[in-house]
Write a new protein. Structure first.
Length: 400
């Protein structure tokens, strides 16, 4: 088995700054789940194993990290950020079909009523912290009105799509340190190719299974050369109790009982974004969004009362024009009877994206000295091996 593809090698070079401190005080790189020697599922990933394997999709981050010590509401410490997902270069004039689903609704995904009503997505998707949703919406409006000067004058107005997770365990959330400019920069910085993961962008202050969480991404390819489709997922992980964590079916959380935060974080949330180039209509994409939660479930969480769990799925296969003289539009879609491989690929991509968030995130100290530890590689591998899940490659020197 080839452990590190060209795309993954590039990603490690891009994200080498994501490091953790081991017991000897040495900096060791954080890596993706497959680079530990494990695989998830039966379908193969795309070249970058990222949501950007869907052609035209771009991701950008702005990471805000400053200050130490006791919380001073409105001042810091700051451990937050913005993640922007662009479905295509001009999503306003060439909208994409979208579907979304909610598993537990203690959270927010703005514009969901309009997405449900229209069936399309027409803005970048922004992820950020809970109390910064309003400022993130301001940023999208600023970016859209700069790009489309007639918006709100002689053209329609826009409803930004913003999803949030609570980062107040590590971050001065009351300070609302995300600005409209940060959102504009995240959108403008968005690019195709490898996606930085872990403690970046909206993932900076996240906690997952009481390890450090954050941004993760993965992809899958289905079909053959004449009829192939790509499914990519990006998640912002902020959910789960330690005891619930399962990795490839192994009850890892029952054994990794150390490395706990001194105080219980909030019950958490997750935002899941799924992209595909398969031609799907809105009701089909809603079905895909619902399956995304099965990938979440494979990692163990029972989705608590206080959790906000939102999934959004879009397809780049069709173009929905913003304005047209045609009174009748024609669009393509695959038949319901052949959706199963796409459902499977979605579940696998979401599961691996969550694991990538856990393995790439680094130990972080936030407000009031709160420490959230990175998932320790060596302890993880010992537990996995105990259950017969032996990695294809194991090097204690590389483990953390």
């Amino acid at each position: 088995m080839r452990l590190v593809s060209i795309g993954l090698t590039v990603l490690i070079a891009v994200t080498m700054a994501a490091t953790a401190i081991d017991a000897a005080g040495m900096q060791t790189p954080r890596v993706r789940f497959r680079e530990l020697g494990y695989t998830i599922g039966r379908h193969r990933p795309g070249p970058f194993n990222a949501i950007t394997d869907v052609q035209g999709v771009k991701v950008g981050h702005v990471t805000l990290t400053r200050g130490e010590g006791s919380l001073k509401p409105g001042e810091g410490p700051v451990r937050t950020g913005v993640t922007a997902i662009l479905p295509r270069e001009d999503v306003w004039n060439r909208k994409v079909f979208v579907g979304h689903s909610v598993l537990n609704g203690n959270g927010e995904l703005t514009a969901n009523a309009w997405m449900k009503e229209s069936g399309w997505l027409e803005t970048p998707i922004i992820l950020t912290s809970t109390l910064s949703v309003g400022r993130a919406m301001d940023g999208v409006v600023e970016w859209m009105t700069l790009r489309y000067p007639q918006m709100g004058v002689s053209d329609d107005v826009v409803l930004p799509v913003v999803g949030e997770c609570d980062d107040s365990f590590l971050n001065d959330q009351r300070g609302r340190h995300v600005s409209a400019t940060d959102v504009v920069n995240a959108i403008n910085n968005a690019s195709a190719g490898p996606v930085p993961e872990g403690c970046v962008g909206a993932g900076t202050g996240m906690v997952a299974y009481r390890f450090k969480g954050g941004i993760g991404t993965a992809s899958r390819r289905i079909g053959d050369a004449s009829n192939a489709y790509t499914i990519g997922a990006l998640v912002n992980c902020n959910m789960g109790a330690r005891r619930d964590l399962r990795i490839d079916g192994v009850p890892v959380g029952e054994h990794l009982t150390d490395w706990q935060p001194q105080r219980k974080p909030s019950e958490g949330s997750i935002i899941i974004v799924v992209a595909t180039d398969a031609p799907l209509l809105p009701h089909q994409l809603e079905r895909v969004a619902r399956r995304a939660f099965l990938g979440l479930g494979r990692t163990g969480t029972h989705v608590s009362h206080g959790s906000g769990d939102f999934a959004l799925a879009f397809s780049t296969a069709n173009d929905i024009p913003h304005q047209t003289a045609k009174t009748v539009q024609s669009y393509q879609s695959i038949h319901h009877s052949i959706l199963n491989p796409l459902f499977e690929a979605t579940i696998e991509a979401v599961e691996e994206a969550i694991l990538n968030a856990l393995t790439t995130a680094r130990t972080t100290t936030g407000r009031d000295g709160h420490i959230i530890h990175a998932l320790p590689y060596d302890a993880l591998m010992r537990v996995m091996t105990r259950y017969g899940n032996v990695p294809a490659k194991y090097s204690p020197r590389e483990a953390h």
